[in-house]
Write a protein that binds this ligand. Structure first.
Ligand code: SF4
Length: 357
């Protein structure tokens, strides 16, 4: 077993964390040492700053042909809770959120069996037309591949058309665990790990920034988490297109994996620290408070995280899986949480430009 001090010395020499180092860190119980190491790496990049944005989430539909085992949000077309938003409903939702000062619409959705690509393209175009200053961050590689399948267009052409309509960047979802074994077991119908990475690389090549996630705390192994992080680091070396890494603790309620417990605070803080240490070419690590809970999001700021996401306004996906967090927070509430942790709140736009409060 590698000693954690050997890894700390490596970091001081600016050497990269290797796979066996990552595994050692993922299994370490020396949480305070991990926090100190990750905190130092965070400070080198962003000093005391912790970023947040003011955004609103839109989930166009919960009807999905993929029906991944871990997903409590999706349903079949004839389920009582099935919904699909019209373009007018989307515009009304964003109009209602405008007085809150939103700078971003975050939009991810199920893979609808009948809606054509024109539906999604039309919504992006309509949003951009009515709210030209609001950044549209939408569609995971899983959705983009699906649009390609239903339209007969290449993913490249799909991306070009969406960019032309007003798409500003991609969220980081759909990555789950970038492991063929896990995906075959839990989400065999959707984009493979390779496809997810290739589409992200393609989007970066077209000038789009994106995020990257890891949905963890179900059937994955430590080795698979280490490999996930290293795959992201390798792609980032090539493209530089990732902005933020977001580790998402799995919520099991109403999913096909209900016997699993939620990751503990200890496990979550350790993963924040390991992410900060392994992903040395990512500028930001985000504590997405909707999924971690506010208390852990706040503590994560001492374990390498430098972002708490946004005000959100109305969240459906994690709440379908039993999240007990609020549906949204105000800007002041987010700033208070950051200040209490001894950090300096900085409002950002989607691309991490700092905004004056
Ligand atoms: S995780 Fe996404 S692709 Fe999978 S069932 Fe849920 S909405 Fe569909």
């Amino acid at each position: 077993m590698i000693d954690i001090q050997i890894i700390a010395d490596k970091l001081k020499r600016r050497e990269r964390i290797a796979r066996e180092d990552a595994l050692c860190l993922l299994r370490s119980t020396d949480i305070l040492a991990l926090g100190a190491m990750a905190g130092a790496e965070k400070r080198k990049r962003t000093a005391d700053k912790v970023f947040f944005n003011v955004n609103c989430h839109v989930n166009l539909t919960n009807i999905c042909v993929s029906r991944c085992t871990f997903c409590a949000f999706s349903c079949d077309k004839d389920a009582p809770q099935a919904y699909t938003m019209t373009e007018q409903e989307v515009l009304a939702r964003v109009r209602a959120a405008l007085p809150l000062g939103i700078t971003e619409v975050h939009m991810v959705s199920g893979l609808h069996p009948d809606k054509p690509f024109a539906y999604y393209l039309g919504i992006v175009r309509a949003l951009k037309q009515e709210f030209p200053s609001v950044h549209i961050k939408a569609f995971t590689p899983v959705e983009l591949l699906y649009f390609s399948d239903i339209s007969g267009l290449t993913v490249h052409a799909i991306l070009e058309q969406l960019i032309d309509a007003g798409l500003g960047s991609l969220p980081g979802g759909g990555a789950e665990v970038l492991s063929p074994r896990v995906r075959e077991a839990l989400c065999p119908k959707k984009a493979t790990a390779r496809q997810w990475l290739d589409i992200m690389g393609m989007a970066h090549g077209l000038g789009l920034k994106s995020n990257a996630t890891l949905l963890w705390g179900h059937i994955e192994t430590d080795e698979e988490i280490a490999d996930h992080l290293l795959s992201l680091r390798e792609l980032q070396d090539k493209t530089g297109g990732f902005q933020t890494f977001i580790p998402l603790p799995f919520h099991s309620a109403n999913t096909g994996l209900t016997s699993r417990g939620r990751p503990t605070a200890f496990e979550q803080l350790r993963l924040f620290a390991v992410s900060r240490l392994v992903l040395d070419n990512f500028d930001h690590i985000k504590a997405y408070w909707i999924m971690t809970g506010l208390k852990i999001a706040q503590l994560a700021l001492l374990f390498g995280a430098d972002d708490v996401d946004g005000t959100v306004v109305e969240e459906r996906i994690t709440h379908a899986a039993g999240a007990d967090t609020a549906q949204g927070l105000t800007r002041n509430e987010l700033m208070d949480i950051i200040r209490q942790a001894g950090r300096q709140p900085v409002q950002r736009d989607t691309l991490y430009n700092e905004l004056t409060l």
